[in-house]
Design a protein around this ligand. Structure first.
Ligand code: XMP
Length: 529
């Protein structure tokens, strides 16, 4: 889209996050950096994750109240060790260094860091040794999660140790005058049970943030921003059935009502009942202008005889764009495209060179031809998934939609192994419905990241009553995760697995065997294709 850059700059100017007290996390590459930002947001304070070498100009105009230096894999002694930019220490703002962030503070401010003889990784106990605003209200001893190689040998001038651990006299250091703090452990992970209090002390007590980043405020300010951006223009929005596009559309609808038209391309690759729910919610319940395109036939034609997972993805993506474009062109005076882009997508697309190898092609709504010249409305571009869910709830979207597990764009096509046919899709939908139903009944839906059935392309022999059967083997996949980068297979109770297996074999004619996938990611992926 030719005017994407201009549009995103315009977005930044109207950015509803801009008016809020902000904590900036400078990212030194820790796997937990994004989690720090999420934890701060949970304290109702807006937080941005920025690259470690962000120039001072980037934060000009923002109401920054404090800076957190994240952990990272480097050692301050590496020849190309990333350093905190000088402006950080000249800003007069409170600073919290976490792990590598703490070592950096020590290293750059005149303390001494020495290479550790061995890595300290895992649980530890910390004893507070002096009063401080950071550890205020915490017990004298508390559990933490350590993960570091180098360690501090002496603190910089102005600092003192305010807590120690068995392995280090400097588990927490502080310069109370400058409001600089360093933690040798990770307050953001669940294994540091008092971590939330520590972050709360930093954000509220030390940085003085009042906590104005709430769902209610966000909705109000975003509605104003959307109205200012689109004026009297018409906005189109693709609905996928997923939570992001649903919340984005609901928000835009709240702002501009009938100026919004949603396009729902039903590709025939959705789970049982999902297409109906989209229509029910948006058309009947919310009375949003909805173009419902029933395109199962076209998608199945494109998928005929295709077995390669990447070819499936490309064909589905292209077919979607063709249909979406055709429908979008029919909407007179469409000037904007609403997308459910989230903050992690924004961070990832802004990240510099640290990208990983492409494992699977992921398709998001978008990629319309350049001659459509649509401005982008991305009301969720500052939000994490959990925040999107809170907004969805506040907007009154149905619970099943708001808490829906992530679902891949190519849908069930990548859960039918091998060639996709309507018959196989129906078998899969039957099994998948039972898996979901039993997970919900067991009260496990929200504890699980994703759960679903996969229809393998293997047939096996079975016996039912007096008959020999020859049917498909179906796999159940259920994973727990914080994000989709890593995942572990869910330890579902055996009774639950037994119930699913019984029901699938009895109720879905054509499947006669059920297996449970016990592979974590890595080395497996969440989806089978
Ligand atoms: P994998 O299988 O790579 O999946 O471990 C990670 C997450 O991404 C989802 N996924 C997709 N989402 N288009 C999507 O929009 C895709 O082609 C696609 N492939 C996988 C998957 O469901 C999981 O949440």
């Amino acid at each position: 889209m030719p005017d994407t850059l201009a549009t995103s700059q315009a977005n930044a100017a109207r950015d509803p996050a801009r008016g809020h007290e902000t904590i900036v996390v400078l990212d030194f590459g820790s796997q937990f950096s994004m989690l720090i930002a999420r934890r701060v947001r949970e304290l109702n304070t807006y937080c941005e994750l920025l690259p470690f070498d962000t120039p001072a100009e980037r934060i000009a105009g923002m109401d920054v109240r404090g800076i957190i230096l994240s952990g990272g894999p480097s050692s301050v002694y590496d020849p190309d060790a990333p350093l905190a930019p000088q402006w950080v220490f000249e800003s007069g703002l409170p600073i919290l260094g976490i792990c590598y962030g703490m070592q950096l503070m020590a290293h750059q401010l005149g303390g001494k860091v020495v290479p550790g003889t061995e890595r300290e990784y895992g649980p530890a106990k910390v004893q507070a040794s002096a009063g401080s605003p950071l550890l205020q209200g915490l017990p004298a001893e508390f559990d933490v999660w350590m993960s570091h190689g180098d360690r501090l040998e002496s603190v910089p001038p102005g600092f003192e140790s305010i807590a120690s651990s068995g392995n280090s006299p400097y588990a927490v250091m502080a310069d109370l005058t400058r409001r600089y703090y360093g933690l040798q452990f990770h307050p953001e992970v669940v294994h540091t049970p008092k971590g939330k209090e520590i972050l709360q002390n930093f954000v509220a007590e030390i940085c003085g943030c009042a906590g104005s980043w709430t769902a209610g405020n966000f909705i109000e300010e975003t509605i104003d921003a959307i109205r200012a951006q689109v004026g009297t223009g018409r906005v189109i929005c693709g609905l996928s059935g997923g939570v992001d596009s649903a919340v984005a559309a609901a928000l835009v609808h709240r702002a501009i009502g009938d100026q919004l038209t949603c396009i729902f391309v039903d590709n025939g690759l959705l789970r049982a009942g999902e297409a109906e729910q989209v229509v029910e919610t948006f058309l009947k319940h919310m009375q949003i202008n909805l173009v419902h395109v029933e395109a199962e036939e076209q998608f199945l034609q494109q998928l005929a005889e295709v077995t390669n997972p990447e070819t499936k993805r490309v064909r589905i993506g292209n077919t979607f764009i063709r249909i979406f474009e055709r429908e979008a062109r029919r909407i007179e005076d469409a000037r904007f495209l609403c997308q459910g882009t989230l903050y992690p997508d924004v961070i990832e697309s802004a990240s510099h060179g640290a990208g990983s190898v492409k494992i699977k092609t992921h398709h998001n709504v978008g990629g319309l031809p350049p001659d459509m010249k649509l401005g982008l409305v991305e009301p969720l571009r500052f939000l994490f998934k959990d925040e999107v869910r809170r907004i969805g709830e506040a907007l009154g979207l149905p619970e099943e939609m708001v808490w829906r597990h992530p679902f891949p764009g190519p849908g069930l096509a990548i859960r039918v192994i091998g060639e996709v046919t309507r018959e196989k899709l129906d078998l899969l939908r039957g099994a998948d419905r039972i898996v979901m139903d039993e997970i919900r009944k067991a009260g496990l839906y929200r504890d699980i990241w994703q759960s679903f059935a996969v229809l393998t392309d293997t047939k096996s022999v079975g016996v039912m009553g007096d008959f020999r059967t020859y049917g498909y083997a179906c796999a159940i996949r259920a994973v727990v995760a914080d994000d989709a980068m890593t995942a572990d297979w869910a330890r579902l109770p055996h009774e639950l697995l037994a119930k699913m297996s019984n029901r699938i074999v009895n109720e879905v004619h054509g499947i006669n065997r059920v297996v449970y996938d016990i592979t974590s990611k890595p080395p497996g992926t969440i989806e089978w294709e």
